[in-house]
Design a protein around this ligand. Structure first.
Ligand SMILES: Nc1nc2c(c(=O)[nH]1)N=C([C@H](O)[C@H](O)COP(=O)(O)OP(=O)(O)OP(=O)(O)O)CN2
Length: 165
């Protein structure tokens, strides 16, 4: 019988501070505000003869890198059906319903998501993690769940099962 384990990395320092607004409909959104978003991951993998699946420090480094990449930005959902985003010099001109907003490009990240929500952020960060072949091309890694919280006790998660397994 295969010996599988799940390495669960949930650390206070794995977080990013970001501004956003969640859009609820074509006419309703939140005001612009911020959160400390926390990131956690659980990786199910085969335990090797040496009693280890993989060095989880590499996973912590990968998650830390993902957090740094989103830290201290305004996050905008590039694929939102309700936002129009255009470049205007040093700014993005963003329209929503009858509103017009301007944000400095240097302060803003456009993410390929439909909304800045914990569910969309978890899926986006999982896809980013899977760009690293150490996770996506290792048949001994069976499953990865990546979770994002916008505050204590409220997490969104996305899961990947290894098709090679
Ligand atoms: N399905 C989702 N619903 C909502 C999301 C989301 O990501 N997915 N996000 C929001 C907003 O981000 C909202 O700003 C969340 O804030 P809130 O829940 O108030 O966060 P707090 O940490 O302040 O929670 P408290 O319960 O007030 O402590 C809304 N919906």
């Amino acid at each position: 019988m295969e010996k599988l384990t799940t390495i669960d990395i949930t650390k206070e320092y794995l977080h990013f501070s970001a501004a956003h607004f969640t859009i609820f409909s074509a006419s309703e959104r939140e005001r612009l505000h911020g959160h400390n978003f926390f990131v956690s991951a659980a990786v199910t993998a085969l335990v090797q003869a040496d009693g280890m699946c993989f060095n989880y420090c590499q996973l912590k480094d990968s998650l830390r890198e993902l957090c740094v990449g989103l830290d201290e930005y305004l996050l905008l959902a590039e694929n939102s059906p309700y936002l129009q985003i255009h470049e205007l010099g040093k700014n993005y001109r963003v329209t929503f319903a009858d509103e017009e907003m301007f944000f400095l490009k240097q302060d803003t990240l456009l993410l390929p998501v439909a909304n800045i929500t914990i569910e969309e952020l978890s899926y986006y960060l999982l896809q980013r993690l899977l760009e690293d072949s150490r996770y996506s091309s290792n048949p001994d890694i069976r499953e990865i769940t990546l979770r994002v919280a916008s505050g204590p006790g409220q997490w969104g998660s996305s899961q990947w099962q290894n098709p090679q397994a």
